[in-house]
Design a binder for this molecule. Structure first.
Ligand code: ADP
Ligand code: MG
Length: 500
């Protein structure tokens, strides 16, 4: 449909490993993202996930004779917001078309979609790919061809009855945004990074929950291979891939399959394929010859969608800060490393949490605590930031206790564990459980003396090898239950051992 131009510059070279010669893989994704809205695209029925089958079906969704679609303004606003978030052209006039086909879960006999005149035109997504073996990230730009609004179909259920199929129309008519990328993607890693970034942007915007388990986000993956610099090869389209990992696996498999055929002197048939996660393979579903002629035409029940630039501008001024801007701010204004900033912005909830911890504190310290302690612990516990029981105020308070010199870093880790397990005010816990750092030099001194007295041979060694002072510091920290001020211990150990 669209004339294919290689829009990706500079020309990258990414080859499939294991092939006898160099092949480049070309990928374009069509991502279906369910619009976050209370009701469907053209009816007032609820979009709630997990309702009883056929509980959320209006007369419009069931395509009762004479029913007319009425556009849901919120879905339109969500599509425009998404277009703006993808740095894309917003088309002030767009048209809804009928895409005609028969399927039991599509009672209208056609899907209302947008064909020639979509609501959003060309855009671009900056994607950070990596880290590679050297730990480096590379920023690439993936072009967006278009974004259009369309209805989702219902669900046929074939495994509930020996001789009958059931149909659940709850999803029928729910608004989808189809986001079509240009064929700018050159590896499975790039494809995974692109869809991850897209999902992050949608979640920041609040226009799609990005929940792939519930089918809110799914991708058709187009794959072809070519000799570097040559013309685009024939593509195959892998339908409805529903996890990021499967996107990667299906590309790896499909590229190798195509290369094997071409190296054998064969040709690629343009076809639609399915990915089988159990086997890790793609298999043919239908060939180009079976492709539907959808007989698109403008839906006579709907006027073209038209809005003013002022409307677009007002939506634009209400957009939240997006991940790229947030990342730059974390680096430039809060002093974070690019790596830490990337980790924090990848999830809006993590970024928000971090900002609350960092409020009035050192940004780097706050980032360390959120990334190394909180995110680490959440990962271990299989929980996420949204519903963690430990609050930014509690973590902030632990950081303050270290800064004031009330507790040592070692005790802080212990304190974090206690607050994680039991909750409570960190300062009160420190008080109640006697976790305060010992700054009383007398007490530290006697602890140092004890360790020195108990280890005469180490004392002799340390005089030859001053680095051994660290061993003494460790012993003293141990004997004081981590409560001694490490700087004081260090100074005293060196003084008593007579080393600099
Ligand atoms: P259709 O609607 O028939 O699927 P489109 O022109 O909308 O066709 O393209 C669908 C997707 O296929 C786009 O994401 C595009 O980037 C991608 N694509 C097109 N040509 C190729 C190719 N040779 N190799 C890989 N992907 C391709
Ligand atoms: Mg397609």
């Amino acid at each position: 449909m669209t004339e294919l131009i290689d829009t990706r510059t500079p020309e990258p070279k990414r080859f499939i490993a294991g092939a006898s010669d160099d092949w480049e893989v070309i990928i374009g994704l069509e991502v279906h993202a369910q619009v976050t809205s209370k009701s469907k695209l053209f009816s007032g029925a609820s979009t709630e996930f997990g309702a009883e089958p056929n509980a959320n079906v209006s007369l419009v969704d069931a395509a009762m004779p004479g029913m007319l679609p009425v556009i849901n303004e919120e879905c339109v606003a969500q599509a425009v917001r998404t277009g703006l978030g993808l740095n894309a052209q917003i088309n002030l006039r767009s048209v809804f078309d009928r895409k005609n086909y028969f399927y039991p879960d599509l009672p209208q006999g056609y899907q209302i979609s947008q064909f020639k005149d979509p609501i959003v035109g060309e855009g671009v997504v900056t994607v950070s790919v990596g880290p590679d073996k050297q730990g480096n990230f590379e920023d690439i730009e993936v072009g967006v061809e278009r974004l259009h609004l369309e209805q989702d179909a219902g669900k046929s259920i074939h495994d509930q009855h020996p001789t009958m199929s059931f149909v659940d129309l709850n999803r029928t008519g729910v608004a989808l945004m189809e986001i079509v990328s240009k064929p700018d993607i050159r590896s499975s890693d790039e494809a995974k990074a692109y869809i991850t970034k897209l999902r992050t942007i949608l979640r920041y915007l609040g226009t799609c929950d990005g929940n792939m388990d519930e089918g809110s986000l799914r991708a058709d993956v187009n794959v072809s291979v070519r000799k570097p610099g040559g013309d685009f090869g024939t593509r195959c389209e892998i339908k409805n891939v529903n996890s990021i990992r499967f996107v990667g696996q299906s590309i790896e498999y499909e590229a190798r399959r195509q290369i094997a055929i071409l190296e054998d002197g064969g040709t690629i048939d343009q076809e639609t394929r399915l990915f089988d996660p159990a086997k890790g393979e793609t298999r043919s579903m239908r060939s180009k010859e079976d492709a539907h002629d959808y007989r698109y035409f403008p839906d006579p029940d709907l006027l073209p969608l038209a809005f003013s630039q002022a409307y677009v501008d007002s939506l634009k001024s209400d957009l939240p800060e997006l991940p790229d801007a947030k990342r730059s701010r974390f680096i430039d204004e809060m002093g974070l490393s690019a790596y830490d900033a990337s980790i924090l912005v990848s999830e809006k909830a993590a970024a928000d949490y971090f900002e609350q911890v960092a409020e009035g504190r050192d940004g780097k310290t706050a980032a360390n605590w959120v990334i190394n302690n909180l995110l680490g612990k959440l990962n271990e516990a299989g929980q996420d930031v949204e519903n963690t029981s430990i609050s930014p105020i509690q973590i902030g308070s632990i950081i303050d206790l270290i800064k004031e010199g009330t507790i040592s870093g070692a005790i802080a880790k212990e304190l974090f564990e206690i607050v994680w397990e039991e909750g409570g005010d960190p300062a009160e816990i420190v008080e109640a459980r006697g976790m305060k750092q010992v700054t009383d030099t007398g007490a530290i001194e006697s602890a140092v003396d004890e360790v020195i007295a108990a280890n005469p041979e180490k004392v002799d060694q340390a005089k030859e090898k001053p680095a051994l002072a660290g061993w003494f510091v460790g012993q003293v920290m141990k004997s004081t239950g981590g409560k001694a001020n490490p700087q004081s211990v260090q100074a005293l150990v060196k003084q008593k051992l007579g080393i600099e």
